[in-house]
Design a protein around this ligand. Structure first.
Ligand SMILES: *Cc1c(COP(=O)(O)O)cnc(C)c1O
Length: 420
């Protein structure tokens, strides 16, 4: 794959990528096509029932089993997206109207949306140099309404889960891990998404593994799983083989994944280990070269052996240097994200969330409980994110390309430093 791509992971023109970004879709091949063909030939596009059409194909079930085995987690429920996986996870914990969930200022907007649209209250807390929720900030954000903490494992690496689990235990809170950007990553030997009570993956088109669209709810708790299974399919109990005669123990929605999407995901899932291996190799090569410049500091990674390594994130000395560097990189066709100016991933530009208190389509009770995001002090996060630049890594880079790219990045940073 070659050519110039716009970073599709929800961004503006700053994020121009020469060649590519996150890998799943870079590895489209015969394997995916074969799995899809099974579904097309059988015509059973739906994941439940229709036994007489299926030719024995149950792609969603097969993929759920494969995920559970790989992640050593008891239950997996696939959904139509990472966003619907998060909504399902939140409801599965019994969280709803007026309950507060603590989430980070740096994440994809979906984490916020999922909480809001369940009727709960997103409480934003600062990130630290892990680029994920700061335990100090979590403590400060806890209130009598807090029901859960939602760490988001951003850009392939992880939140420091031990202190977060300790805080949760001490305050009797649930932990919902948003591991949408950290597929296959681990923390002290456990897969991210399987440490808290419930975790979520996304398989949208720009994630480490893609099914086109898709998501997963991961849990070791059967009650949570049973709820998730029902909630994501209109409350159906899935007992028996006559869909029309099934009972509905709870109200739910349609957050189902289709067999076509699951077929793609199943084929992609089998490539996970080789994707991670390649990403880790590229990242360490690139990091070694960038480390030659003393003023570059690297994102703090609580368990360096466990990250999925889809991005390399660095801190430059200050905002000015970071912004100039990002813009010079762009001019040189080198893909990077300067999150401080990005309106999908960082609180500073989430203007559409800052005016929710005036939105008449929300119940007044929810509006009244929402924090005043507009006037909250996120200077701790600002001071980190304004210096941060992330480089998405591509599976298709050769060793020579990585060296060339890293050396070019170094040169560009050094050239900006001279200008300041
Ligand atoms: C992609 C993403 C989501 C949402 O996933 P979709 O499948 O796009 O709905 C949620 N959280 C984070 C951190 C993400 O990166």
């Amino acid at each position: 794959m070659s050519g110039v791509f716009y970073f599709p992971n929800h961004c503006d023109s700053l994020y121009l990528f020469e060649k590519k970004d996150m890998p799943g879709y870079e590895l489209w091949g015969e394997e995916e096509q074969k799995e899809i063909k099974d579904v097309i030939d059988s015509s059973a596009l739906m994941r439940y029932n229709f036994e007489h059409l299926r030719n024995g194909h149950w792609k969603a079930q097969e993929w759920e089993t494969a995920i559970a085995e790989k992640l050593r987690v008891k239950h997996v429920q696939l959904t139509s997206s990472g966003t619907t996986a998060l909504m399902t996870a939140i409801r599965s914990l019994g969280i709803g109207a007026g309950d507060e969930i603590i989430m980070p200022t740096f994440t994809f907007v979906a984490s916020f949306e999922a909480i809001l649209f369940i009727g709960a209250i997103p409480v934003l807390a600062d990130v630290d140099e892990t680029l994920t929720l700061s335990p100090v900030a979590i403590r400060k954000a806890i209130s009598p309404r807090t029901k859960a903490i939602m760490p988001v494992h951003m850009c392939g690496s992880m939140a420091d889960m031990n202190p977060i689990m300790e805080i949760a235990q001490a305050h009797n809170l649930h932990v919902i891990e948003d591991a949408c950007q950290a597929i296959g990553a681990t923390y002290n030997g456990k897969y991210l998404g399987t440490i808290g009570q419930v975790g979520c993956y996304s398989f949208d088109f720009v994630k480490t593994i893609t099914s086109g669209e898709g998501g997963a709810v991961l849990t070791n708790d059967k009650t949570i799983h049973d709820f998730a299974e029902r909630f994501s399919d209109h409350g159906h109990d899935h007992i028996g083989n006559d869909r029309g005669a099934e009972n509905h123990p709870i109200p739910g929605l349609n957050f189902r994944i289709s067999e076509l999407h699951a077929a793609v995901g199943l084929a992609q899932w089998r490539k996970l280990d080789s994707i991670l291996q390649q990403q880790r190799k590229i990242k360490s090569q690139m990091k070694e070269i960038l480390a030659r410049e003393e003023s570059i500091r690297f994102r703090k990674i609580p368990d360096p052996d466990g990250e999925n390594a889809s991005f390399l994130s660095i801190f430059l000395e200050d905002e000015n240097l970071a912004r100039m560097t990002a813009s010079a990189l762009k001019k040189n066709g080198i893909g990077c994200a300067y999150w401080y100016d990005n309106n999908w991933h960082y609180v500073r530009k989430w203007n559409h969330f800052k005016h929710l208190k005036n939105e008449k389509w929300l119940y007044r009770e929810q509006r009244d409980l929402l924090p005043d995001y507009q006037n909250q002090d996120f200077s701790v996060s600002d001071n980190i994110i304004r210096k941060t630049i992330s480089f998405p890594l591509s599976l298709n880079w050769t060793e020579q390309e990585v060296t060339k790219q890293a050396e070019k990045i170094l040169q560009i940073i050094q050239a900006q430093k001279v200008k300041i």
